[in-house]
Every structure is written in structure tokens, then in C-alpha cells.
Design a protein around this ligand. Structure first.
Ligand code: ADP
Length: 247
């Protein structure tokens, strides 16, 4: 079908680093309200794909269309503005600020804030902060200093700081790394809440977690799609078995 039918259409995407193609003529498509997980061995190109989508790395060739709009050639902040949020592995929260303040700081700024609108806007921010805090299980910790949150809570806070900007696509790099079992379960719950309005692309190594969350899995190998489909399908694909067990 036409690329505009998908939230995200990646086509013929290639990037070379000194002649080495880290991503090589890659195509994949993400639907609205989908949790897509990208898996693959180390060096497969997973991080580079997210770097390309968020504009951190420029492709050598190919196209990335998001809501029908071409993202290649746009700057990182323009891609954020277009509705793509990216979380990196290390939390970049403000440790000495509270949960509320961290979320408040991430609320997108309006262009025309006249004095008369200021208080109304304040209430709007507070409502949105509380709404997001509830989603990330931190409603009862709004006044807690971020420094004393658990590792998992810090990860959720950072996801909240992206959610408050209402991205249509959220990209997460190993969101449950270092989390307790209970935190993993809640993170799966959070992702299922998020996709009521958004789509999520997750890079993940924890296959149990992938089984729990993925609608579809894209297996990358040497910068290309090796296999794609439900986890049940790809885990029985002989090509995938060979790449994971064959060395
Ligand atoms: P993955 O996330 O699947 O482990 P990466 O996307 O990090 O894989 O890397 C894919 C390949 O591209 C690796 O061989 C890596 O060394 C190479 N690579 C990634 N970024 C750069 C860069 N900026 N310069 C040179 N090589 C890079």
C-alpha cells in the first residue's frame, strides 16, 4: 500500500561509515498504535536506525517518511517538533529537581504566551504533568527529588518527559535494562497505555520482554531485515535461529 498509510515508512535506507554499510538498503513500515521491537545481534545496525530516524545521523541514501512527511534532511529539533521522541539508554533527568519539575520543564512552550493567558496555561501544564505522572506510576511522587527515585522510576520519568510533548512515535533503546521484574511488568503496562495514542519502536535484547510487548518484530542483521513478523513467527525462522545460535 502507499507509504502514507503507515505512520512511519523507511525505504531503501543506507548509511556508510568509511565505506562500511552499517544500514544497507533497509525498508520497514510501522503502523499507528503499534509496538515494534527491533532485535538483532550486536553491530546489526539497530542503534544506527534510530539515529537515522531522529536525525542524529544522515543517511547516504533512502527515505524516512513520517505521517507522510519526509524526515531525511530535517534537523534533529525539527524531527522532534514533527512528533518523534527518542529515549537514549542513560537517563538525562535533572537529579536535583522533583518529578513535577522535571516533567514541567519538558512541557512544550507555546509561542504566544501573553500575560493574560499565563495562569490558564499554568493550570494546563499542571493537569498535563499529573496526567503523565499517573501514566508513569509517579503520581504519588510528584514532589520527590529525582535523585532518590529507583533506577526503574528514573527510566519512567524520562519516558514521561518525552510523553509530555505528545510525540506520535516514541523510540526507546533497551527500556528495561537494569529493571526489576516488577518494574518490567509495569513498563509493559506503560507501553500498552502509550500505544492507545502513539506508536513505539523499541530496541530490546531481553527476549522474554520482547515476547510480552511486541506486536511485530523486525530482526536486523548486517544492516538489513533478516526476518519480520510476530515474535512467534520470527523465533522459528531458520535464518534467525542460525544468526542467534550459529556462532
Ligand atoms: P547495534 O545497535 O545493532 O549493536 P550499531 O547500529 O550500534 O549496531 O552499529 C552498527 C555498525 O555500525 C557497527 O559495526 C558499528 O561499529 C558501526 N557504526 C555505528 N556508528 C558508527 C559511526 N558513527 N562511525 C563508524 N561506524 C559506526
Amino acid at each position: 500500500s502507499a507509504p502514507a498509510d503507515f505512520l512511519l515508512s523507511v525505504e531503501g535506507l543506507t548509511v556508510s561509515f568509511d565505506g562500511f554499510k552499517a544500514v544497507n538498503d533497509l525498508s520497514f513500515y510501522v503502523d499507528e498504535n503499534e509496538i515494534r521491537v527491533i532485535i538483532g545481534p550486536n553491530g546489526a545496525g539497530k542503534t544506527t536506525v534510530l539515529d537515522l530516524i531522529c536525525g542524529r545521523t544522515r543517511p547516504t541514501e533512502g527515505s524516512i517518511r513520517f505521517k507522510g512527511q519526509e524526515l531525511t534532511g530535517m534537523r534533529e529539533h525539527e524531527i522532534v517538533h514533527a512528533g518523534v521522541g527518542r529515549k537514549f539508554q542513560n537517563p538525562s533527568i535533572y537529579e536535583d529537581l522533583t518529578v513535577f519539575e522535571n516533567l514541567e520543564l519538558s512541557f512544550p512552550r507555546g509561542r504566544n504566551v501573553f500575560g493574560a493567558l499565563f495562569f490558564r496555561r499554568d493550570a494546563e501544564v499542571r493537569d498535563r504533568v499529573e496526567e503523565v505522572a499517573e501514566m508513569i506510576f509517579l503520581k504519588d511522587h510528584l514532589d520527590t527529588e529525582a535523585a532518590i527515585l529507583s533506577h526503574g522510576q528514573k527510566q519512567w520519568l524520562e519516558i514521561g518527559m518525552l510523553l509530555i510533548q505528545s510525540p506520535k512515535l516514541l523510540m526507546l533503546d533497551e527500556p528495561v535494562a537494569g529493571m526489576s521484574i516488577a518494574e518490567r511488568v509495569k513498563t509493559a503496562e506503560l507501553l500498552n497505555t502509550i500505544i492507545r495514542n502513539q506508536s513505539v519502536i523499541v530496541i530490546e535484547h531481553d527476549m522474554k520482554f520482547v515476547e510480552d510487548i511486541a506486536h511485530r518484530v523486525t530482526v536486523l542483521h548486517q544492516g538489513k531485515v533478516l526476518s519480520e513478523g510476530t515474535m512467534d513467527r520470527v523465533k522459528h525462522d531458520p535464518k534467525v535461529v542460525e544468526v542467534y545460535l550459529g556462532h
